[in-house]
Design a protein around this ligand. Structure first.
Ligand code: ADP
Ligand code: MG
Length: 916
């Protein structure tokens, strides 16, 4: 029959009839959109089952972890070796990846034969042979002396336990070498290479060919997170990146081994008699049922079985069959591709040739019917493939909580590439089933060769980047010796600050506070308190009751001090304060009242009396002019006089640390230390008068306000300071000052983190190297974000949304993990430094008193200390380690800077009244 004859026939009614005849016969094989949607849903359930720890053992789709956690980002470089075993040929490859300017991949590869006797011999022989081929290849390229990284594509079912460790479950594809099943194939290869001793290689990764496909496409398209192989002799596997279900962080590529879908009966209602026949005659009955419906290995055979049945039913070939038609495997899948050629008449010509080749004598009707059978079988394969792929896409979309998913599928395999209609049908059905995904299909070139090199290149890059990040983070990590050194230097500075001779040059000023005694419970009266020097400025009324029903009752109002006033003149600042007091008295209905006042003024002050404090220098961002060197009680009194509104009796100028200690001391007489870790950080404690050289008299004790935030200002911390500390210092209001505080307190920790993130991004180690304007903005990374990000209860996705909230939108899972690590390194260092300083204070108190063991309470205040999830714990551990002879209770003080100031005022009033 000639082509034109067939073509003419194609347009006749008769043609239509024959198509209908086949459609009717195979109606069970033609799946509707609803059928496919249903298959997709079932498959999604199978995936969940495979991913669940408890359900996995009985799941048909195994969802094997591959330990590949990242796709290429285009910055990979270097020379990599790859071995490809388990495809059509065994190959050795050298892949050169360069990223300078333009991404480029160059390959050299050599095919080696694996003789039949070696395939079925012993495992030792097989791996010796592989090592031999590798040696030959290296020799040929003259690179035998280089220890290159190697990726091993090993396309057999494996149980992988690490990126470079994989245990063969069972041989397939004609391999049968003994003593390999159940063994780690990387270990076997390493052993074979070592035995030779003539070259060395760094085996980095062992992968499956689907992973290779994904990674190869991922190099060209960074959205690629699915690899799909529709191959001739290869099993049908899809690999994709998933959030791991078992609580681990980040994503990992999962080798689905989806060919086993249906092995638990999930597809029984759509499998036909022909599918059952194929399965019954296969080497692995009951297994890989999905694969048997769609893979290239079975499509031709399915067509053959249908033709035989139709012939036997008298529907084709006038009821004749031939020995060829009756022989398994004689109808190849390539015939199907040929018969479905886009130009139908060419397809028909092929059909006739193929059928004649099988010894048949087909009529035009037979050719048309055969062509139709091919269409139905291959369309079903493409559509089933689309249904399962749709489930994967939906899963990825849900994992990302994205409305629309934009993703790329890397595809390889001869059916996809050679069948004229397969790709189009697959793409079209995927779009129909998941309309809210923008899917790009990218053909992978040599995924199993190049892919192994790509995985190796990525692993190599990740290892390099990891090392670089850790090198940087290590500068922020402190050893025990370093912490002991901090303790020692703090002790030295404390002694220098206390001694008259050295006080002037000491960084830790050890300021006498003239607070000599803690409350005894007999204090009573109404007091006003002011709290300046924290985040908020407050005015408080404190009612102290004595006797049996001791109590402290407080009322307070918060006022803001505008930025321009903190940076303006002293007069403006104090006028504003007085204005707030007047407002408060009116608010309390006490206008014109004259009460004793305690002034919590949390800046370093020289005191010669309790009711006087000469400001040494501003800290924590304040900079009002004309205050340094002045007595703040006088400045306040002057402002009160200017207002002529009311009168107050300023009884005490109090540091917030002292207030904190006093508040705790009211409840717990063992409390003799006050610590603040909030906007700033500082400590006070009860020192022996004999050591307080700045104040006359040797009797009893006095509370010393250490002003330890300035520790380090003579360079005592220079060897611990990082470039990030220097950057934060340079950008601060008082460069070179408050060095210890800048490493510890809430005002700076976020900034340190931001500077580390900036550096990482500039070095391409974070946010794909994209520096956003947001990240360059000072102050955006508030310290409260450290607390949020480091919270153990927070899932990675929430870290990401915090970053997004900060405008750092390009973040990936890996970025979130890294940001969290940076936060915890920075806050850990802060807590350890703080603990080291505190250990010096506590041990000094112990030695002052000549005690073996000291039991003491520290009153602590400050939002960073109170709200950060790990700060207190780490500080406590450090204390225990560095001051083992002290038993320290850390007590949170409630509002020390308010209540404490009133208590100090109350004690002073009690003493004053007693003196009267
Ligand atoms: P102050 O020390 O000024 O009296 P706070 O004790 O409230 O005031 O401390 C304020 C500091 O605490 C600010 O620097 C802020 O960055 C920090 N901060 C606020 N919220 C948190 C949080 N949730 N975790 C850690 N630090 C925080
Ligand atoms: Mg405070």
């Amino acid at each position: 029959m000639i082509a034109s004859h067939l073509l003419a026939y194609y347009f006749t009614e008769l043609h239509h009839d024959h198509v209908q005849k086949v459609d009717k016969f195979l109606y069970h094989m033609r799946l509707s959109d609803e059928n496919l949607m249903d298959v997709s849903k079932r498959f999604r359930r199978e995936m969940d089952k495979g991913l669940g720890r408890d359900t996995n053992p009985t799941a048909a789709v195994k969802m094997l972890p591959t330990f590949v956690r990242s796709t290429p980002d285009g910055t990979e470089t270097g020379d990599f070796l790859a071995l490809d075993l388990g495809g059509t040929n065994f190959r050795v490859l050298l892949v050169r990846v360069s990223s300078n300017g333009k991404q480029k991949v160059e390959m050299e590869n050599q095919i080696y034969a694996i003789p039949e006797n070696i395939m079925r011999g012993s495992g030792t022989e097989l791996f010796d042979h592989i090592a031999e081929c590798l040696a030959n290849f290296l020799e040929k390229l003259g690179i035998k002396d280089k220890k290159l990284p190697l990726g091993f594509t090993f396309s057999f079912p494996c149980q992988q336990t690490k990126l470079d460790e994989s245990f063969l479950v069972s041989w397939t594809k004609g391999f049968k070498a003994s003593g390999v099943e159940g063994r780690d194939v990387v270990g076997l290869l390493r052993k074979a290479i070592k035995k030779r001793g003539d070259f060395d290689i760094d085996i980095v990764a062992v992968i499956n060919d689907t992973v290779g496909t994904m990674m190869t496409c991922g190099y060209d398209d960074h959205h690629c997170e699915i690899g799909l192989i529709v191959g001739e002799s290869l099993s049908y596997i899809c690999t994709h990146m998933l959030e791991l279900v078992d609580g681990d962080e980040g994503r990992m590529c999962v080798n689905m081994e989806w060919g086993a879908f249906g092995d638990d009966g999930a597809l029984d209602d759509i499998r036909t008699e022909f599918d059952r026949e194929i399965d019954a005659g296969s080497l692995n009955p009951g297994k890989q049922l999905f694969e048997k419906m769609i893979s290239g290995m079975y499509i031709g055979e399915l067509v053959r079985l249908i033709l035989v049945k139709m012939a036997k039913d008298g529907l084709l070939f006038q009821g004749h069959t031939t020995p060829d038609l009756l022989t398994t495997g004689h109808f190849q899948t390539s015939f199907v591709s040929a018969m479905e050629n886009k130009k139908n008449n060419e397809g028909l010509v092929s059909a006739e040739q193929v059928l004649r080749g099988l010894g048949l004598d087909p009529s035009p009707e037979d050719c048309v019917a055969t062509q139709r059978v091919c269409q139905i079988v291959s369309t079903r394969a493409a559509h089933l493939c689309a249904a399962t792929l749709a489930a994967v896409l939906r899963q990825i979309r849900d994992n990302k909580a994205a409305e629309r998913l934009r993703t790329t599928v890397g595809v390889d395999g001869s059916v996809y590439k050679n069948h004229p209609q397969f790709a189009r049908r697959l793409n079209k059905m995927v779009r129909l089933l998941v309309p809210d995904c923008d899917v790009r299909f990218l053909r992978s070139e040599d995924g199993s060769g190049k892919g192994a090199a790509m995985v190796t290149a990525v692993a190599h890059r990740l290892a390099k980047q990891h090392a670089e990040r850790q090198r940087i983070l290590n500068t922020l990590r402190l050893s025990r010796d370093q912490l002991l050194e901090v303790k020692k230097r703090m002790e030295e500075e404390m002694n220098r600050g206390l001694a008259k001779k050295t006080h002037a040059t000491a960084t830790v000023k050890m300021l006498p506070t003239f607070v000599r005694s803690t409350p005894d419970g007999t204090e009573r009266g109404d007091f006003l308190a002011l709290d300046l020097g924290g985040t908020n400025f407050r005015v408080l009324l404190v009612r102290v009751r004595s006797g049996k029903r001791r109590s402290v009752e407080m009322h307070n109002k918060i006022y803001t001090i505008p930025q321009d006033i903190t940076q303006g003149t002293g007069e403006e600042l104090f006028d504003h304060i007085v204005h707030c007091i007047a407002d408060f008295l009116e608010y309390m209905g006490m206008k014109g009242a004259s009460l004793p006042l305690g002034f919590t003024f949390s800046f370093p002050c020289h005191q010669t009396r309790l009711d006087q404090g000469i400001l040494i220098k501003w800290t924590k961002g304040f900079k009002a002019s004309g205050c340094e060197g002045e007595d703040v009680a006088t400045l306040l009194k002057d402002a009160i006089h200017r207002s002529e509104d009311f009168d107050l009796d300023v009884v005490a100028v109090v540091n917030d640390t002292v207030g904190t200690m006093m508040t705790c001391g009211y409840e717990d007489p063992q409390c003799e230390v006050g610590l603040i870790v909030g906007t700033g950080t500082n400590t006070c404690y009860m020192e022996e008068m004999s050591n307080v050289e700045l104040v006359d008299g040797d009797e009893g004790r006095m509370c010393v306000n250490m002003e330890w935030g300035a520790f380090g200002d003579r360079g005592e911390l220079d060897d611990l300071c990082t470039e990030f500390d220097r950057a934060v210092d340079d950008q601060s209001t008082y460069p070179g000052k408050q060095r210890y505080e800048k490493m510890i307190s809430g005002m700076y920790l976020g900034e340190i983190v931001r500077n580390v993130l900036l550096d990482f991004t500039a070095k391409g180690l974070l946010f794909r190297g994209k520096l956003s304007e947001r990240l360059k903005t000072r102050g955006i990374f508030e310290t409260k974000f450290l607390s949020q990000i480091e919270s153990d209860r927070l899932a990675l996705r929430q870290v990401r949304s915090i970053l997004q909230h900060l405008g750092l939108t390009s973040s990936t899972c890996d970025d979130s993990i890294l940001v969290k690590e940076v936060c915890s390194v920075v806050s850990k260092r802060a807590a350890q430094l703080c603990g080291a300083g505190l250990s010096a204070v506590i041990d000094k108190i112990r030695l002052n008193r000549g005690l073996e063991k000291l039991s003491i309470t520290v009153g602590v205040d400050g939002t960073l200390y109170k709200l950060h999830p790990h700060f207190a714990t780490i500080m406590r551990e450090t204390l225990r380690d560095l001051a083992p002879n002290c038993e320290v209770t850390l007590a949170q003080s409630e509002d020390g800077s308010g209540k404490g100031a009133a208590l100090i005022t109350a004690v002073a009033c009690r003493l004053r009244d007693a003196g009267k």
